[in-house]
Design a binder for this molecule. Structure first.
Ligand SMILES: Nc1ncnc2c1ncn2[C@@H]1O[C@H](COP(=O)(O)OP(=O)(O)O)[C@@H](O)[C@H]1O
Ligand SMILES: [Mg+2]
Length: 227
């Protein structure tokens, strides 16, 4: 089953002489449950793509269909709900709420929808993330790796169909970075979640099912990884 269809997606920043084509007619589809790594040099359009897929930026042209619905046609409220319920977003800077503790930061997406928190699910996420002893800590009482794990917990709590991560281990040491990737893979396999990770790290890319390489706003290579 196709979970994501990106059709002729283009993004142009600026006007006239200073105009930049960050994405230039990008098209691809992703099957449910696939783990895709997106690689490419700095400035090749990877973050722009992830921002548009995550609904935090809009395309200049083209379409993004998630599970058959065009996300670009949602209004702001619908988009916010779609993001909370269908997407797990992990960006490089953790975006934790400083006055909320670990448990509150992780369960925020549920709270915003006035949905019931399943204690068992929270326990599972927290245990997998190794944050059990830190539930009452505030973000500034945590290390960088722990803060990133909280951000991942927040993305995982809903078991979203689509997880988007932009260099999720960019600021972390290699041991923590391995743990985080193992965790995302586990969630990908256990819950058939589709996982799209932008990364510079070849070790991470090699673990994906598929590697899409970007250059100058276009897909320059798209290959299956041999197991
Ligand atoms: N908000 C913006 N305004 C103007 N140009 C931008 C903006 N965001 C990104 N760009 C430009 O778009 C291109 C692609 O950027 P980006 O998607 O961040 O690349 P990557 O994540 O692959 O490093 C770059 O040339 C960048 O300078
Ligand atoms: Mg980037």
């Amino acid at each position: 089953m196709e979970i994501l269809k990106v059709n002729q997606l283009s993004k142009v920043y600026g006007h006239g002489a200073t105009q930049i084509k960050a994405l230039d007619q990008v098209s691809f589809t992703v099957e449910k449950g696939q783990f895709v790594a997106i690689v490419g040099p700095s400035g090749s359009g990877k973050s722009t793509l992830l921002h548009i897929l995550g609904g935090v930026d809009t395309p200049s042209f083209g379409q993004v269909l998630v599970d058959g619905s065009d996300i670009c046609s949602l209004d702001q409220t619908q988009m916010a709900i779609f993001r909370r319920q269908q997407l797990g977003l992990i960006y490089q800077f953790y975006n934790l709420i400083p006055i909320l503790n670990v448990a509150e930061n992780i369960t925020l997406p549920l709270l915003l929808d006035q949905r019931k928190l399943e204690q068992a699910r929270l326990q599972e996420v927290v245990a997998t993330l190794g944050l059990g002893e830190r539930l009452n800590h505030l973000p500034n009482q945590l290390s960088g790796g722990q803060q990133q794990r909280v951000a991942i917990g927040r993305a995982l709590i809903n078991t979203p169909a689509l997880m988007l991560a932009d260099e999720p281990t960019g600021n972390l040491d290699s041991a923590t970075s391995k743990e985080i990737i193992a965790l995302l893979k586990l969630s990908n396999q256990r819950y058939q979640q589709t996982l799209i990770i932008v990364t510079h790290d070849h070790e991470i890319a090699r673990q994906a099912d598929r590697i899409i390489s970007f250059g100058d706003g276009r897909i320059v290579r798209d290959e299956a990884v041999q197991p």
